[in-house]
Design a protein around this ligand. Structure first.
Ligand code: GTP
Ligand code: MG
Ligand code: ZN
Length: 306
């Protein structure tokens, strides 16, 4: 066997990494100084990374280098922490799975994820999951908010098959990150799209309606047509990283469209007279929940934004 190879990380557990190379998957470890290079990131090597691996004296494989990332999705590891967590790298699209109930995804979580995708240039589609369980009026108002903002919203159910074909066509030939809170049905959807994948799915605990973190490692699965889909562990919070408060509104597409109508070119859309964004909130043209998320992100994140 050769002494070095390049491949793509298809599974990251924290203690070892599966690297795909010529149809095989090779378990690798990382070298100490690679850890240091990631500085603020809790995970220096992530699913989707292209890496170079070398065999050491004992024949064990070690990741020695990471190719520059085309893009990535990153969040603050926890509140008040300076550490960041990269969810995946080099993706063509993210699917944000959300549920309106069982469990309920917080609108602010959705908005934080969308802002990060805008800031890090990852196209995103919102997938309303478990549509068989959802209230039709709640679905309609969710769609109105996010389609109004400019996002595509797909409704899916692994139970009755609604939307599964649409998801298959979204995945075709691309690398897609699937993310969302625990228990929203990420693994179930991936398994429904391709039943060959032997993925464990969980149960929603009866007592608090929350997921149980069934998926513990990010894993990339190869699709028949050359695409890849990345299943990720459920995430609770989504802290923004390296997004300047003054630029935050750039990552709300509907605010970008409205802002040219503001009186001041440097309007922050908070207190200024003649603000077209505030006017749009008053008339209902801009969803109040989206604007509230904006204000909260400005306010709360200010405390620990670098
Ligand atoms: N009714 C209904 N239940 C679903 C649907 N999709 C998933 N579920 C159920 O929801 C529960 C959680 O599904 P998972 O696929 O494990 O959720 P997950 O998002 O992967 O969760 P984590 O791995 O913890 O992040 C399981 O009991 C599934 O059977 C759906 O479309 N409709
Ligand atoms: Mg899962
Ligand atoms: Zn304004």
């Amino acid at each position: 066997m050769e002494q070095c190879f390049s491949g793509v990380v298809v599974r990251a557990t924290g203690s070892w990494y599966d690297v795909m190379h010529g149809g095989a998957t090779v378990p690798c470890r990382i070298r100490g100084r690679l850890r240091l290079r990631g500085v603020r990131s809790t995970n220096p090597v992530v699913v989707g990374d292209t890496v170079r691996c070398e065999a050491d004296e004992s024949g064990a494989w070690t990741i020695v280098d990471i190719a520059p990332r085309r893009n990535y999705v990153i969040r603050r590891a926890s509140n008040l922490s300076k550490e960041s967590h990269i969810i995946a790298a080099n993706v063509d699209r993210a699917l944000l799975l959300a549920t309106l109930s069982s469990p309920a995804t917080a609108p602010e979580f959705v908005d934080r994820f969308l802002v990060t995708c805008e800031a890090y240039k990852v196209p995103v589609v919102i997938v309303l999951s478990k549509i068989d369980l959802q209230d039709a009026a709640a679905v309609a108002s969710f769609r109105a908010v996010y389609e109004g903002a400019g996002y595509r919203v797909v409704e899916v159910s692994a139970v009755d098959g609604r939307g599964v074909e649409e998801v298959r066509s979204l995945l075709r030939g691309r690398t897609t990150l699937v993310a969302g809170n625990s228990g929203v049905g990420k693994s179930t959807l991936i398994r429904t799209v391709d039943p060959r994948f032997d993925i464990r799915v969980g149960e929603i605990s009866q007592s608090h309606g929350k997921g149980r973190h069934t998926t513990t490692f990010s894993t990339m699965y190869p699709l028949d047509d050359g695409g890849f889909v990345i299943d990720t562990p459920g995430i609770k919070g989504f802290g923004l990283i390296d997004i300047d408060g003054a630029e935050l509104w750039h990552y709300f597409p509907e605010m970008m469209r409205l802002a040219p109508g503001c009186r001041y070119y440097n309007c922050t859309h908070t207190h200024e007279p003649g603000c077209a964004v505030v006017r749009a909130v008053e008339t209902g043209e801009l969803a109040a929940t989206r604007y509230e998320s904006y204000l909260k992100m400005l306010d709360e994140d200010d405390k620990y934004r670098k």
